[in-house]
Design a protein around this ligand. Sequence first.
Ligand SMILES: NC(=O)CC[C@H](N)C(=O)O
Length: 192
Amino acid sequence: MRAGVLALQGAFREHRRHLEALGAEVTEVRLPADLAGLGALVLPGGESTTMRNLLTSTGLTQPLRDFYAGGGALWGSCAGAILLAREVGGVTLEDSLNLMDTAVERNAYGRQVASFEADLQVAGLPGGPLPVMFIRAPRIVRVGPAAEVLAEHAGEPCLVREGRLLASTFHPELGHDSRLHQFFLEMVRQKK
Ligand SMILES: NC(=O)CC[C@H](N)C(=O)O
């Protein structure tokens, strides 16, 4: 299985390490041509405004939408989940990917100091709670009818699947637990 990580900014190396530990071949995506031959792509956490600017300057915005339309699977974590959402802070950001029927609010738990760790119960994930970090995390304030909420934090969705799209408002890649990466790779295999 060949998977990509969007490598413009943010925690892409950590995602790469988890995917490789699970036996995936990983391509770092910086230009449209890097998407060739990929079936799945992780959009890492980082800073979504910077990422949107870099998507525009690298010409990746439309190729990423085409990648999804052509059958590719995407997982956005934190800033990546913001890039996937159709609505950010109540508006549609024209230069974002706008692929997932979700509305998000950025930095919704406060500033950097309000970052926290949590152990999440994830539906269908064997092996007990998943340790994750929320870092200047967004909140998912609306999910569409096709969404499956796989985990909640304090009663709000924080891990949502919609077909070939997965969005997590937290970072699962900063620790040693690769189960959510495994889940994503399984999700990609099943769609085939
Ligand atoms: N850890 C993160 O990815 C934070 C996301 C960041 N607050 C943003 O809005 O882009």
